[in-house]
Design a protein around this ligand. Structure first.
Ligand code: ADP
Length: 398
């Protein structure tokens, strides 16, 4: 069975074609500047075919999907002989609200329910829906599945997901913590249990997804019990450009003082804050490491804040679960920055964590970076959201 995994953004569309017999990625690619002019980078990963990396007109997502199918099946760049070899499509959808606690086969009712979730993710869900509609138009009856970033977090208890605002805002408007990166937290936590050789139902795990966007998740006996992102992905840790937790009074103060509209204010909090805002250097942790190394105090402060916040949230989840068996680092920063992992782990002495510097210096593999004697184990597990989407799609269409 071959499954196409699609992650549609407002002007971009990422894809992978995965052979589920071997879970091998046959080809992957990215359409960019959809609706502007258009560019496709398509990389076949089997058969020794060349990479296609050129501008081509992509006025809408439909042309983008058609271009992807064309490349996947072409003699020169293709990895399958026709579209009929693609058995199903798995779509990443950002927000499933309280309606979707697991992945679902897409039909007209699901599409209507997705539209209802749009107010919760006004930037992301419309792009996901556009991608699904384009795919259904181009690919006809091929079965499709929606996999939600929020679904894994639907097991949180009320005490973790409620905000302490008048209850009717929850009841009438769905105001609550939803959490994001659920597909990533699900993947790395189940992989961690495999690596530990124990059923996930016997473990208390904390996964730290640290990329441009970052979130932490407490997974108690296989179920998410808390996570750091909230109603939107703006809160929790300070991120590349997002502010993380912030007193709402700051928003009122700044809007009054500088006359910002709410859209201008949220643009500052989403795009100009986080480690970029504090450092004034960059949202990229590699740039921050380099600047801090050169003695830039604000870059150092931004990194220190990030490490401190991760450690603080992990500590709160140890308390929430009354213990922890393993801590997992994943995503761009978590998988690549040994310095970040070491700096965060240095807060975990009270847990009996000991990091093995040799293991911590390795990259690109699932690895335990704590010493064999470490009381709480620490792992680096490269995330693989596409594989989770493909596996869910296979299981649901089968
Ligand atoms: P996204 O949230 O967009 O999916 P990623 O998980 O790809 O992001 O993470 C991207 C981030 O990973 C970049 O901002 C960069 O700071 C960080 N990163 C990548 N490689 C390194 C590295 N070697 N050292 C530190 N940070 C890195």
């Amino acid at each position: 069975m071959k499954i196409l995994v699609i992650n549609a953004g407002s002007s971009s569309l990422k894809y992978q074609l995965i052979d589920m017999e071997t879970e091998e990625v046959l080809a992957k690619g990215l359409c960019e500047r959809i609706g502007i002019d258009g560019h496709l980078k398509h990389s076949p990963l089997v058969g020794g075919k060349p990479v296609f990396n050129e501008d081509l007109p992509l006025p809408t997502h439909s042309e983008a999907i058609a271009a992807v199918i064309d490349k996947l099946t072409s003699a020169e760049y293709g990895v399958v002989s026709s579209m009929h070899e693609i058995d199903a499509v798995g779509h990443r959808v950002v927000h499933g609200g309280e309606k979707f606690a697991c992945s679902v086969k897409i039909d007209d009712d699901v599409m209507a329910a997705l539209e209802e979730c749009t107010p919760f993710a006004p930037l992301h869900n419309p792009a996901n829906i556009t991608g699904i509609n384009a795919c259904r138009a181009v690919m006809g009856d091929v079965p499709m599945v929606a996999v939600f970033d929020t679904a894994f977090h639907q097991t949180m208890p009320g005490k973790a997901y409620m905000y302490a605002v008048p209850y009717e805002y929850y009841q009438n408007d769905g105001i609550r913590r939803y959490g994001f990166h659920g597909t990533s937290h699900r993947y790395v936590s189940s992989r961690c249990a495999e690596l530990m050789g124990k059923p996930i139902e016997e473990l208390k795990l904390i996964s730290c997804h640290m990329g441009n966007g970052s979130s932490i998740c407490a997974i108690d006996h296989g179920k998410c019990v808390d996570t750091s992102m909230g109603f939107t992905p703006l809160v929790g840790l300070p991120m590349g450009t997002r502010c993380g937790d912030l007193d709402a009074g700051v928003i009122q103060f700044l809007m009054n003082k500088y006359g910002y509209s709410i859209d201008e204010m949220l643009n500052i909090l989403n795009k100009k804050s986080g480690v970029l805002g504090v450092s004034g250097v960059s949202s990229d942790f590699r740039d921050l490491d380099a600047a801090a190394e050169r003695g830039n105090d604000r870059a150092r402060l931004a990194l220190d804040m990030f490490h401190y916040w991760v450690a603080k949230v992990v500590g709160s989840y140890v308390a929430a679960m009354n213990g922890v068996d393993a801590i997992i680092y994943t995503a761009g920063v978590g998988e690549n920055s040994a310095e970040t992992r070491a700096a965060i782990s240095s807060y975990f002495g009270y847990l009996g964590v000991e990091i093995d510097p040799v293991a911590n210096s390795k990259r690109g593999e699932d690895i335990m970076i704590s010493t064999p004697d470490s009381k709480v184990k620490v792992f680096v597990i490269p995330t693989n959201e596409e594989l989770v989407i493909a596996r869910d799609t296979r299981d649901i269409v089968a």
